[in-house]
Design a protein around this ligand. Structure first.
Ligand code: SF4
Ligand code: SF4
Length: 376
């Protein structure tokens, strides 16, 4: 990588990094603790970061727990992904006021006031951003909202040094090592040498920011500790065998496992809301009671809602079976035909935040190995 040179920053320099980014005009977004979860939000200083917290995740279960140290990035991923900022859940496309016999368009909210600096992006999340770039910028039609938010974003990646029980990025080839798509990448190191970060640059902007911090050259011990941390995060209990997965799913449209999963699925759409690559939206027009004011909103939608597949007269996917099958087959198979990569980066959010604990890794395994009743 052209810019990669490694330095070390003391933990006290993280506040300074946030300050430098703010001074350069960025709104810094990072992990914070709210409502019992680690969520992305505006951060003013290093004090806003989740010092000493980690997450415990299982199918349908998420809990925060105290760590024995004061790691700032000692968790895996929370319910939100960066799509909250790049591809927001709700955008007012325009509003209009009646003036005489016509309507005047009043505004078009697409651009954030300040570009975002995203602090704490994991390897799987960078892979998800690359997937959304492909879908929203590099397809036939560019999405102007995503474009404006993505263009100015400064990305500070943080390598994972531990995995949650729901992570499976290693089997998807998207992590835990960060390999590109960042301006700066940090690896948090805690040990006898103190609490510090190994830092490498990935762009000229990253180099500019790093020169404003008091970084010292990394030692061989720093590098080895960082590698050992990433290696520890590679030990993941879940995985998907992606060998021939497209063909596997295409030839199993009628596998009995789809009935089995449909009997558990609530079609609540949580899995699509938390997924960092799901991008579907619907457009809704609203007016006030007088009809003098009108607005057009774009909102996240989901293949799990019945209305999403409504085509003049009815939905084409009325059953939970059809909707779950659509979601998983698109993610793992037809996405490859459509966009040239998998639509799943192995972040595990859909497993953790499914209220009934449906696990995509288990569902793929059941289709690969399952008998007639769909039970492995
Ligand atoms: S399908 Fe699930 S594991 Fe894969 S990227 Fe989406 S939320 Fe993460
Ligand atoms: S798989 Fe789980 S999260 Fe997704 S729609 Fe079904 S019940 Fe909801």
């Amino acid at each position: 990588m052209a810019h990669r040179s490694e330095h070390v920053l003391g933990v006290d320099q993280l506040g300074k990094l946030i300050g430098v980014l703010a001074r350069k005009g960025y709104e810094v977004i990072g992990p914070t603790v709210r409502d019992g979860a680690i969520v992305y939000d505006h951060v003013e200083s290093a004090e806003d970061l989740p010092a000493g917290w980690t997450d415990e995740q299982e199918p349908g279960r998420y809990r925060l727990k105290r760590r024995e140290d004061m790691a700032l990035f000692g968790y895996a991923v929370g319910p939100q992904s960066w799509k909250k900022y790049m591809h927001p859940a709700e955008v007012r496309l325009w509003s209009a006021e009646r003036q005489g016999g016509t309507f005047r368009i009043l505004n078009n909210e697409v651009k954030p006031q300040r570009p975002h600096a995203l602090l704490g992006a994991r390897a799987c999340e960078l892979a998800a951003i690359a997937v959304q770039d492909r879908v929203l910028l590099e397809d036939k039609y560019r999405d102007p909202i995503y474009d404006q938010r993505r263009e100015g974003a400064f990305i500070i990646a943080v390598q994972c040094t531990q995995a949650a029980a729901t992570c499976f990025c290693a089997s998807m080839g998207t992590g835990p090592q960060v390999s590109g798509g960042f301006d700066l990448v940090l690896t948090e190191l805690i040990g006898p040498e103190g609490h510090r970060f190994l830092v490498a640059t990935g762009s000229d902007r990253g180099v500019e920011v790093l020169t404003e911090l008091e970084a010292v050259p990394a030692t061989e011990e720093d590098r080895q500790q960082a590698e050992a941390g990433v290696e520890a995060a590679r030990q993941q209990v879940r995985s998907i065998d992606t060998t021939g997965i497209k063909e596997l799913l295409y030839k199993n449209f009628e596998h009995p496992r789809w009935d089995n999963v449909a009997s558990r699925c609530l079609t609540c759409a949580n899995c699509t809301m938390v997924c960092p690559t799901c991008f579907c939206t619907s457009v809704e027009d609203v007016t006030d009671i007088t009809g003098d004011h009108a607005e057009r909103w774009r909102r996240w939608d989901s293949c799990f809602t019945q209305s999403f597949s409504y085509i003049h007269g009815g939905s084409v996917r009325t059953s939970a079976k059809a909707r779950y099958r659509q979601w998983m087959t698109h993610k793992l198979a037809s996405w490859i035909d459509q966009f040239g990569s998998s639509g799943c980066v192995g972040c595990g959010r859909c497993i953790t935040w499914c209220p009934v604990g449906i696990d995509i890794t288990e569902e793929v395994g059941a289709i690969r190995d399952g008998g007639k009743d769909g039970n492995p």
